[in-house]
Ligand binder design. Structure first.
Ligand SMILES: [Fe+2]
Length: 298
């Protein structure tokens, strides 16, 4: 038995159920070994490259270095700190629902884990990316507030586009807004760098869960690292299957929060309706999730 083949997971996928209970007994010894290997090789790199809020978060969550975490154990430590909790999901969550979870201080969490003989970067998230990469950041009050604020922006978007009567214009604007939000998320929450008293550190979860890229992001001469500019980030396409050649730096999580505020005010003024085309793609499910939410509100 392996977690990817857990009957309850396959059933949930078949029935289209997004939120599930973590079938903890389905993790195999190989699954636990994969976690242990990932965690142990990352630890020295976190100490070297991660921002101090992340390191505090890792300590606060009391993760077991040797066993795949139980979400309920993680939540017992996490909830009192910021109200956030990890919520097990069966697979891909359409964009609006994902952002809406953040607004409710819930983090959709993948429960499968990569194979122990394939530890390096994989494009889709797994429990190591979600629990060891994202969740420690959710223990920080300022970061958590920025994430909730970002989730609120999805509601603003759904409401705004629900007021556009022409269907073609509506889909055009919504696609552009989702693209802008996805780029913002990518260049901050997933791949963000932060400047602090002890130099440049990583706070983006895509970097925090990648053994190779966390060092590359800070050390490699060819990586472009610039203070974040919102107009740049929302118009910048990216590729998910390579080390990022361009990274953006924030000063603090209050700075990040103010950028999310600005993103929302640009959304309201129509500035996100025509961002540069290119990656990431916006799929049908993502569009439908926003349109559906907008209909419920109007
Ligand atoms: Fe992620």
């Amino acid at each position: 038995m392996n977690i990817s083949e857990a009957p309850s997971l396959e059933e949930a996928k078949r029935d289209g159920r997004l939120y599930i209970t973590q079938p903890y007994e389905s993790y195999s010894e190989e699954n636990h070994q994969a976690w242990a290997k990932l965690y142990q090789r990352m630890l020295p790199r976190w100490h070297r490259y991660a921002n101090p809020h992340f390191l505090e978060g890792i300590n606060a969550l009391c993760l077991d270095p040797n066993r795949v975490p139980r979400l309920e154990d993680v939540n017992r430590f996490l909830r009192p700190l910021t109200g956030f909790q990890a919520k097990a999901v069966s697979g891909y969550i359409p964009a609006f629902l994902f952002f809406d979870c953040l607004r409710n201080r819930e983090f959709p969490t993948t429960i499968t884990i990569r194979r122990s003989d394939k530890l390096d970067y994989l494009p889709e998230p797994d429990i190591f990316h979600d629990i060891a990469g994202h969740v420690p950041m959710h223990t920080d009050k300022h970061f958590a507030e920025a994430l909730v604020r970002f989730g609120e922006c999805a509601h603003t978007a759904a409401e705004l586009v629900s007021g556009i009567r022409d269907p073609e214009t509506q889909v055009h604007c919504l696609t552009s807004i989702i693209r802008a939000m996805a780029r913002f998320f990518w260049f901050t929450i997933e791949f963000g760098l932060m400047r602090g008293a002890d130099g440049l550190k990583v706070y983006g979860s895509g970097l925090l869960s990648s053994y190779g890229e966390i060092a590359h992001a800070i050390e490699a001469a060819e990586v472009q690292r610039f203070p974040i500019q919102l107009e740049w980030a929302i118009n910048q396409s990216f590729e998910i299957d390579r080390y990022q050649p361009l990274l953006f730096i924030v000063d603090s999580f209050d700075h990040l929060f103010s950028l999310v505020d600005q993103l929302e005010s640009w959304m309201k003024s129509g500035k996100l309706n025509n961002v540069a085309p290119g990656e990431p793609g916006v799929n049908e499910e993502d569009l439908r999730s926003f349109l559906h939410a907008g209909q419920r509100r109007s």
